[in-house]
Design a protein around this ligand. Structure first.
Ligand code: SF4
Length: 314
């Protein structure tokens, strides 16, 4: 019988998601509906649905937006070809790519321009990976696992690596170890590409794990960093489930559980955590307490195109 709920901290929205969601909200206020958004602005079904209700139209491809429309580009970043297509259709683009993703794009371009072959550690098909690979497709090879790194064959020449921002810190370290062994002169980014929010949420979960019997991660199925939080728990033999909201909690998961840990991915709004806590309260569990590990105070400025448009409209 559940006695206690502990809330991991930090959890939920990161600065890049905060910025991307606010960008769509402010674009709607400035231009009026509809505002087109390429792909899910952030990987959370609730956030996307709420923005749709306010007039955002999500499209899979920039060429699906009507000529001359306003198009917001999602936090995950895009390949240069997307900007080209948008210009061809005379779209007004507002680029909500997270600055930490942009940093990885810049590294990819620099390494490729310096004649390096670039190994990108990441997950095939993830929007961020598609966007980063688009910076220099002929020079970048994707590596998803330790096995991929062991099997990698590259033409002779300088090699560098970069990573997706939302990976497992531990698994990435193992892949990097293999790359360093196989390519001792490999160049590495000066600062870790896995972003502060991804690493902090994984640290917070690790600290929490020894105090809980079950971890619930609030986040959508396509949220990379949320899936990594589930993996962190399972790697320590703690049962963990990814849920979009409280309606997905299964009573059987709570059998024999005394303490439940709750965290949320970087794209999950805090109101979903509140709803899950209310679900437990309705079942008589009032001992719900925060469990803090790292303090975060990162904030990013809104996209420059939006700031300029807002000041011309003022
Ligand atoms: S998870 Fe990291 S890289 Fe992605 S939007 Fe948030 S801060 Fe930026």
């Amino acid at each position: 019988m559940v006695q206690r709920v502990l809330l991991a901290s930090p959890r939920g929205y990161c600065a890049g998601v905060e910025r991307a969601v606010e960008t769509v909200e402010r674009a709607l206020a400035l231009y009026g509906a509809p505002v087109y958004v390429r792909k899910q602005i952030v990987h959370n079904a609730h956030v996307v649905r709420e923005l749709e209700e306010r007039g955002a139209i999500f499209v899979e491809d920039e060429r699906d937006a009507p000529r001359g429309a306003t198009l917001v580009l999602s936090a995950h970043g895009v390949a240069p070809s997307v900007h080209r297509h948008a210009a061809e259709r005379s779209l007004t683009t507002i680029d909500a790519t997270c600055p930490l993703v942009t940093k990885v794009h810049v590294q990819a371009r620099r390494y490729a321009a310096d004649g390096h072959h670039v190994v990108l550690i990441g997950h095939a098909g993830h929007e961020e990976v598609v966007g980063t690979m688009g910076e220099a497709p002929e020079a970048i090879t994707l590596v998803e696992s330790v096995d991929d790194a062991e099997r990698l064959t590259l033409a002779p020449g300088p090699v560098a690596y970069i990573t997706q921002t939302t990976l497992s810190v531990d698994e990435t370290a193992e892949i990097v170890d293999v790359l360093r062994r196989r390519f001792p002169a490999i160049r590495a980014p000066q600062r870790e590409d896995i972003c502060y929010a991804t690493s902090n949420r994984q640290w917070a979960v690790k600290e929490l794990l020894e105090h809980v019997d079950l971890l619930l991660v609030i986040g959508s199925r396509n949220s990379s960093n949320s899936n990594r939080l589930v993996e962190v728990a399972r790697a320590s033999a703690v049962a963990a489930h990814l849920i979009d909201d409280e309606t997905e909690i299964e009573a059987a998961w709570l059998d024999g559980v005394e303490t439940v840990g709750i965290t949320s991915g970087a794209s999950a709004p805090e109101r979903l955590v509140t709803r899950v806590c209310d679900w437990f309260r309705e079942r008589g569990i009032d001992d719900i307490a925060p469990f803090s590990s790292v303090y975060e105070d990162v904030v990013f400025r809104l996209p420059v195109e939006l700031r300029r448009a807002e000041s011309s409209a003022a």
